[in-house]
Design a protein. Structure first.
Ligand code: GLV
Ligand code: MN
Ligand code: MN
Length: 419
């Protein structure tokens, strides 16, 4: 059985999906800016579009209380745990059109490719569209899969608020997701296997010319907010020696974040301050309060925690030396996830059978797979993206490469559905 993938059709569907965005399209050649925040209008329209594609492929559609959507192609033995694939369709502000979407529309395309080849699955194949993999609205990444895995419980979930103070309860109800949040959690074994197709979001495949990455592990992400409180006042009248400027103190912390990550000497350690809110934010006012976001990741969990401790030590030192208060609030500190060796082998087998070059590699970005690994054996398939660029409007993957990824995904799903 050879899956019959229509790569051009899929490329057209990805283009169509990119039209559901909160920002007007950029007119720069080679760029498609997409902003699609969970439960917003663009997300609602995008969800409807994807569901229509799944229905056209003969799949049933169901959803859970937090907005995870499950597209199911029934198997000959419906009572068996299904094999699942999928990803997300939400996009961070000013992102591109491939992150996540390739795994959702690619999952549906893989089902079509198997149907076109006359394949009959033994276990059902489900394509899962996870809610809010991106942390944009509620501050925490992988909201849907995190709840499915029971890593985020209902009591903590209902406390989540967006920047306008709208809670998860209100936001999901407004988007039409009204069921019991307690029903979102899945028991281990609910799925037989999970495999996610995704763009690499890094430069290795493009540089090596290999067409597929068989992922072996996903790095451990941690994030928190750091608030620096100093003393504000008149920018003209407050004398320099008497200042406790919160932003100047924060700038030392930002430098320390970079230094702590570099100090491990490991290419897999990364640390980022991506947000900086300055209060009161006036040209003639000394900043009294600064809120920073901190994102630290490593494939080696203890090494990541060492970086965090080094950053915290600088927080304490800067607080004492500059007479400011530095407080920290944890958002998440997740463990790394290992991919199932049998799924890695299945990806390799599919590549060998199709004459497709591949390499094994780790994922430094996080994915819903990180949490699906707690429910069932998990694997990931990477395809190259131009310049390794992601979370930017110029993110780009060739239709041919996406088609190759779908072919491998389809082959792996077929094998796993018969197992
Ligand atoms: C997911 O988008 C991540 O930040 O790795
Ligand atoms: Mn992303
Ligand atoms: Mn993604």
């Amino acid at each position: 059985m050879t899956p019959i993938v229509d790569a051009e059709r899929l490329a057209g569907e990805l283009r169509e999906l990119s039209r559901f965005t909160e920002v007007p399209p950029t007119d720069k050649a080679g760029e498609t800016a997409v902003t699609r925040v969970v439960f917003g209008e663009a997300d609602r329209l995008a969800r409807a579009y994807v569901a229509q594609l799944a229905r056209e492929a003969g799949m049933s559609v169901r959803q859970d209380a937090v907005g995870n959507v499950f597209f199911r192609w029934e198997g000959q033995q419906p009572e068996l745990p299904a094999v699942a694939t999928g990803s997300h369709i939400d996009a961070i502000p000013n992102a591109g059109m491939y992150d996540g979407t390739v795994g959702v529309l690619g999952g549906i395309a893989a089902v079509r490719a198997l149907q076109a080849a006359g394949f009959q699955p033994r276990r059902a194949i489900e394509v899962v569209q996870f809610t809010s993999e991106e942390p944009t609205r509620f501050g925490i990444g992988c909201l849907g899969s995190r709840m499915m895995a029971g890593v985020l419980n209902i009591w903590d979930a209902v406390k989540l608020r967006d920047k306008d103070g709208i809670g998860l309860e209100e936001a999901r109800a407004a988007a039409g997701f009204t069921g019991e949040l307690g029903d979102v959690i899945l028991q281990p074994g609910a799925y037989a296997r999970f495999v996610e197709l995704h763009i690499e979001q890094g430069p290795l495949l493009e540089a090596s010319g290999e067409r597929i990455g068989a992922v072996t592990a996903i790095a451990a992400p941690a994030s928190l907010t750091i608030t620096v409180e100093g003393e504000g006042g008149h920018a003209g009248a407050m004398l320099m020696p008497a200042r406790h400027d919160a932003l100047v103190a924060a700038s030392e912390l930002i430098q320390a974040v970079e230094a702590a990550a570099l100090a491990t000497g490991a290419i897999d350690t990364v640390a980022t301050v991506g947000m900086c809110e300055v209060f009161p934010g006036a040209v003639n006012s000394v900043p009294s309060r600064v809120k920073l976001s901190l994102d630290v990741r490593d494939i080696d969990g203890p090494r990541r925690d060492g970086v965090l401790q080094a950053i915290f030590a600088v927080c304490d030192a800067v607080a004492a030396r500059r007479g400011v208060r530095v407080t920290r609030r944890w958002i998440n500190a997740d463990s790394p996830a290992a991919c199932d060796p049998e799924i890695v082998k299945a990806v390799e087998r599919a590549c060998v059978a199709g004459g497709i070059s591949y390499r094994t590699m780790v994922s430094r970005a996080y994915h819903d797979s990180l949490f699906m690994a707690r429910i069932c054996p998990m694997g990931m398939i990477f395809i190259p993206c131009r310049g390794g660029v992601s979370h930017r409007p110029d993110e780009f993957a060739k239709a041919e490469d996406i088609g190759t990824g779908v072919r491998v995904l389809a082959q792996v799903l077929a094998e796993l559905s018969l197992g």
